[in-house]
Design a protein around this ligand. Structure first.
Ligand code: IMP
Ligand code: MG
Length: 174
């Protein structure tokens, strides 16, 4: 079986949108400090590029989650595989995700952060696939809303491949 990748969002569009999001976030947090929580591995590329465009003081931290089950459909249960290094109590936290699909990951993480006594919690996702939502999530910043397709690139993988692509593409199996 071979895979062909067609471009959905070119690099230039991602770059432009990330600059806009960075400006918006910098305005919204003016005079405050921010902890950017990058959800590994998928959000790594987006979180780094976004953080470069944020002008308020930023602390970067990393967390890895996994949905139980395999394949391209998540099962709804989420577990933390790698936790943050730094405490978030009293901090403004911005969770940065690659994509919201069912919504289970961000729904779960929002409740985890609230229990940890953060000052504020907001969500930023590079991509949103609203057609596939199973639980409601309040997203504060969205890069692009996309149709229900399995996408790769800019951090997103298919079977751990394609994370390094500089654009968002769709896998076509043939
Ligand atoms: P959730 O279903 O909203 O919990 O999303 C769980 C995770 O599934 C995301 O953070 C991604 O890592 C992964 N995922 C969902 N849709 C795609 C996709 O189209 N391509 C690659 N990974 C995806
Ligand atoms: Mg992810």
């Amino acid at each position: 079986m071979s895979e062909k990748i067609s471009t959905m969002i070119p690099e230039e569009d991602l770059d432009k949108r990330i600059r806009e999001l960075g400006e918006q976030i910098s305005k919204d947090y003016e005079g405050q400090e921010l902890t950017v929580v990058c959800i590994l591995k998928g959000a790594a590329t987006f979180a780094c590029e976004l953080a470069k465009r944020i002008t308020v003081p930023v602390i970067m931290d990393y967390m890895a989650t996994s949905s139980y089950g395999s394949g391209t459909v998540s099962t709804g249960e989420v577990k933390i595989k790698k936790d943050l290094d730094l405490p978030v109590e009293g901090r403004n936290v911005l969770i940065v995700e690659d994509i919201i699909d069912s919504g289970n990951t961000l729904n779960y993480l929002t409740s985890v952060f609230k229990e940890r006594g953060v000052k504020s919690i907001r969500l930023c996702t590079m991509l949103d696939k609203p057609d596939r939502r199973e639980v409601d999530v309040d997203v504060d910043y969205t890069g692009f809303t996309i149709p229900d397709a399995f996408v790769v690139g800019y951090g997103l993988d298919y079977d751990q491949k394609y994370r390094n692509l500089p654009f968002i593409g769709v896998v076509e199996l043939s």
